[in-house]
Write a protein that binds this ligand. Structure first.
Ligand SMILES: [Zn+2]
Length: 121
């Protein structure tokens, strides 16, 4: 069974648990019921939440290899590959990553592209 993130309705704790693919509910250590946090529609876990944020805005219908690879497995390595494929410069080792709450220029550029695509549709 794959791992999923759950959020407890009672105490707000977010935790990982193995669950069946169709399980929508989990049980928190406090005894409360927990809802499964929906990722990007796949049964994978990204390396980090910010990668899921990126995966949510990439072109899902693109057949380009760097997009398919990243959507299949949103790892940091595939994120770098995707950025290169999009003409974005990946962060170098030791370079500060944009804050998860946003504000980084790369993140802003990705969102701008996402907004532009939606505007065309
Ligand atoms: Zn709880």
């Amino acid at each position: 069974m794959p791992l999923y993130d759950f959020e407890c309705r009672a105490c707000g704790r977010v935790f990982e648990a193995m669950a069946a693919m169709d399980a929508g509910e989990g049980r928190c250590a406090c005894g409360g019921s927990a809802r499964r946090l929906v990722g990007v529609g796949r049964a994978y876990r990204a390396d980090a939440p910010w990668l899921e944020t990126v995966a949510a805005v990439v072109e899902k219908d693109s057949a380009r290899p760097h997009v398919r690879a990243f959507l299949a497995e949103p790892s940091r390595a595939n994120h770098r590959r995707w950025m290169r494929g999009e003409g974005l410069r990946p962060l170098e080792a030791g370079e500060a990553r944009p804050a998860p709450s946003g504000g980084g220029s790369v993140r802003r550029e990705v969102w701008d592209r996402f907004a532009a695509r939606r505007g065309r549709n």
